[in-house]
Ligand binder design. Structure first.
Ligand SMILES: Nc1ncnc2c1ncn2[C@@H]1O[C@H](COP(=O)(O)OP(=O)(O)OP(=O)(O)O)[C@@H](O)[C@H]1O
Length: 359
C-alpha cells in the first residue's frame, strides 16, 4: 500500500507550469528524495502533498484514501503528515516540550507528557525538555523539529531541505540520525533536496526532476549506473563528454569503438564517461589509448587527474579521471587509458538537448 501517491498532478502559477503531470508513489516506511535544480518544482510537490497548496489537477491519495482530487481537498491538519522545513519553524515563545505537545492535543495530559519524553529520547534531546528554541544550536533545533513532526505518529513525513542550514560536519551526523529515527518508526518520507550526494545517501529511491517533470525515479545505484538521459548522468557526477555518430551499431570514440545496438545508423550521439569511468589499463587487442598526465590533484580518498590524448581522431583531447591514490601516475608520464563501460553512457544528441536544464 502506498503511503503517498500522486497521480497526474499538474500545477501552474499563472502562465508558469511549475509541476507537469507528475506520478509518484511512496511505499510504507520508504524514504524517497525529490531531487532537482532550483525552480524545477520540488517544493510545490511537497506543498501539494501537505495540503499547503490547493490541488489544481490530478489526484493525491494517502494509504489509498483520497486527500485531494477535483472534488475534495483535505486541509493540512487532517492529512496526518509531519512537516519539517529548512528553518525548523519551532514556536519561539514555547519551550521544547510545549512545541512538541502542540500536535498532541488529542491525547490526555499524562499521555502527552509520556509521548514528549519518549520522542525526545529518540532524537537524543531528553535533557532539553524545558529549553527555549533560541538557546539551542541549529542541529538541536532540527532534532526538536523532527521530534515535533513524528510525535503524533504520522505515517508520512515531508522534509523540505531540512539540513541546508547546518554546517557540513553536523549535517552528516543529523542526516544519519534523522534516517535512523524515521526508519525505526517505519515512517514513509518524502524529502526535497538539491544535493545529489544527500539524495543518494538517504533515499531508498530518488525521483529526479527537471522543469516540472520527473525524469527518472529509481534507487540511487541505478541512477548512477543507468541514467535515463544526459541530464540525469550530469546531475550525478562529473563527466567527460565526446561527440560521435552511430555507424552500423557502433560509435567511434577516442578510446575505440563502442557498441550501440539500439541506435539507428547516422544518429549523432553524446558519449558521457564519468571521471571514475576512465581507468589506467594496458594496450591489449587495440583497446585503450595512450595519454600523458598533465596534472594531478589529491582530493582525499582519490585524485583528479588531467590527461592529454595526442593520438586522438581529431585535435588533442583532454580528459579527467578520478583515480585511487595508489594508481596515480606522475605528471609528465605516459600511460594507457581505458573506459569502464559500466560508467560510459551514449545518448542521442537530440534527446540530450531536450533534457538539458538550461537550454
Ligand atoms: N507562490 C508562487 N507564485 C508564483 N510562482 C511560484 C510560487 N511558488 C513557486 N513558484 C515558481 O514555481 C516554480 C517551481 O518552484 P518550486 O519552489 O516548487 O521549485 P524548487 O524546485 O523547490 O526550487 P528551489 O530548489 O529553488 O526551492 C519556480 O519557477 C518558482 O519561481
Amino acid at each position: 500500500m502506498s503511503a503517498l501517491c500522486l497521480e497526474n498532478v499538474s500545477h501552474n502559477f499563472g502562465a508558469l507550469s511549475a509541476v507537469n503531470n507528475v506520478n509518484l508513489s511512496i511505499d510504507a516506511g520508504e524514504f524517497v528524495c525529490l531531487l532537482g535544480p532550483s525552480g524545477c518544482g520540488k517544493t510545490t510537490i511537497l506543498r501539494l502533498a501537505a495540503g499547503l497548496e490547493r490541488l489544481q489537477s490530478g489526484k493525491i491519495t494517502m494509504d489509498e484514501a483520497i486527500v485531494a482530487n477535483d472534488k475534495a481537498d483535505l486541509p493540512p491538519e487532517k492529512r496526518s503528515v509531519g512537516l519539517v522545513f529548512q528553518d525548523y519553524a519551532l514556536f519561539p515563545h514555547l519551550d521544547v516540550s510545549k512545541n512538541i505537545e502542540f500536535g498532541l492535543k488529542h491525547l490526555s495530559a499524562p499521555e502527552r507528557k509520556e509521548r514528549v519524553r519518549e520522542t525526545l529520547a529518540q532524537v537524543g534531546m531528553a535533557d532539553y525538555l524545558h529549553s527555549y528554541p533560541h538557546t539551542l544550536s541549529g542541529g538541536q533545533q532540527q532534532r526538536v523539529a523532527l521530534a515535533r513532526a513524528i510525535a503524533p505518529r504520522p505515517k508520512l513525513v515531508l522534509l523540505d531541505e531540512p539540513f541546508s542550514g547546518l554546517d557540513v560536519r553536523l549535517r552528516n551526523q543529523v542526516r544519519e540520525e534523522t534516517l535512523r529515527v524515521l526508519k525505526e518508526n517505519n515512517i514513509a518520507t518524502l524529502m526535497v533536496t538539491h544535493d545529489p550526494e544527500e539524495a543518494m545517501f538517504m533515499g531508498d529511491r530518488v525521483a529526479i526532476m527537471n522543469k516540472g517533470q520527473i525524469v527518472q525515479f529509481a534507487p540511487p545505484n541505478e541512477l548512477y549506473t543507468n541514467p535515463a538521459n544526459a541530464f540525469v548522468a550530469h546531475f550525478f557526477g562529473e563527466v567527460n563528454e565526446f561527440k560521435g555518430v552511430c555507424n552500423d551499431g557502433h560509435v567511434v570514440t577516442p578510446f575505440g569503438a563502442l557498441e550501440v545496438p539500439n541506435m539507428s545508423h547516422g544518429t549523432v550521439v553524446d558519449v558521457l564517461v564519468r571521471h571514475e569511468g576512465i581507468v589506467i589499463g594496458e594496450k591489449v587487442n587495440g583497446t585503450g589509448v595512450e595519454a600523458s598526465v598533465l596534472k594531478s590533484r589529491m582530493l582525499g580518498k582519490s585524485n583528479l587527474v588531467d590527461f592529454k590524448i595526442s593520438n586522438s581522431l581529431s585535435n588533442d583531447l583532454y580528459v579527467k579521471a578520478r583515480l585511487d591514490n595508489h594508481a596515480v601516475p606522475l605528471a609528465g608520464n605516459d600511460c594507457v587509458l581505458e573506459l569502464d563501460k559500466r560508467l560510459t553512457f551514449v545518448f542521442s544528441s537530440q534527446q540530450s538537448k531536450q533534457n538539458t536544464a538550461d537550454d
